[in-house]
Design a protein around this ligand. Structure first.
Ligand code: ATP
Length: 279
């Protein structure tokens, strides 16, 4: 299609080649740790010289909507890597063997795409990795998960043998405690990076990123940040968007504090509806 200049992306519409670390608000520690780890991908010769074994996996741990996918995309752009994304939820209804085959495909496609695009590295991002990387034997009748996880382990073990394309697996989860021990042992997911809900300062930063370019009137984003304790980056993006929609509905050219206040309520209500168990 029209995206020849970008790496092949599965299940994600934004182009990872465009995502910069600067467009991710807060997450200072996560960014720092991730950048440090990515230098292993950028300078493999140094890593080899020091006799350090190549980094294979980074695990991003934190609640939904905090920027884990954005971080993985920014990591791909920063290292000029091919980016491939998958979600653990894709594997839920898969028959035995199909999940394992899909894992094989993702890794081989990452590699072949990198070779085709003359890139030296590939980043594979698997969201909700606890679904396929859950403790083995814990699903009782779901033997297919074990095969899928085993295949993932096989792929991770094989990563180091390819010197034309370096592959890095970035996994995301909000339930690190559910992961099989084999995944988090040294040589697999070597690094765990905590991606937490934004604090007041980070919320201000995120609001500036999402509302800063919108026409605001008497809106103090720090005040909005104070009123959005517990909101994720995704929630804050929604608030900025909803506020703009509300202003437009009133045929106003400026977004006011009142619009933000209503938008906050709307996002809170939406959350409650989503959490209703009998949906
Ligand atoms: P999930 O676990 O649900 O997949 P996630 O942690 O991967 O969530 P993202 O997909 O990265 O979250 O974020 C969703 C959207 O929320 C982003 O596209 C962005 O608009 C907004 N967002 C989330 N976190 C941040 C942040 N730290 N800075 C700026 N925007 C953010």
């Amino acid at each position: 299609g029209g995206n020849k200049n970008f790496a092949v992306v599965e299940n994600k519409k934004d182009h990872p080649g465009n995502v910069k670390f600067e467009q991710i608000g807060g997450q200072r520690t996560a960014k720092k740790e991730l950048l440090e780890a990515l230098d292993f991908v950028r300078h493999p010769e140094k890593v080899a010289q020091m006799g350090i074994r190549p980094l294979k996996g980074i695990l991003l741990v934190g609640p939904p909507g905090t920027g884990k996918t954005l971080l993985a995309k920014a990591a791909a752009a920063y290292t000029d890597s091919v980016f491939m994304a998958a979600s653990g939820s894709e594997f839920i209804e898969m028959y035995a063997g199909v999940g394992a085959q899909r894992i094989r495909q993702i890794f081989s496609k990452a590699r072949s795409t990198a070779l085709k695009e003359k890139k030296k590295s590939a980043i594979i991002f698997i969201d909700e990795i606890e679904i396929l990387g859950g403790k083995r034997g814990s699903h009782s009748s779901h033997h297919e998960y074990d095969q899928t996880l085993n295949q993932l382990l096989v792929e991770m073990d094989g990563m180091a043998t390819d010197d034309r394309v370096r592959t890095l697996l970035i996994g995301a989860t909000n339930r690190a405690d559910m992961l099989d021990g084999a995944l988090v042992r040294p040589g697999r997911f070597d690094r765990t990076v905590q991606v937490d809900l934004p604090d007041m300062e980070a919320r201000t930063e995120i609001l500036k990123l999402h509302a800063g370019n919108k026409p605001l009137e008497d809106v103090d984003l720090e005040t909005i940040a104070k009123e959005t304790f517990g909101f994720s980056g995704a929630h804050l993006e929604s608030v900025a968007n909803e506020a703009a929609i509300l202003a437009m509905r009133e045929q106003l050219e400026k977004i006011t504090h009142q619009h933000f206040a209503e938008a906050i309520d709307k996002v809170i209500m939406g959350e409650k509806l989503e959490r209703r168990p009998d949906k």
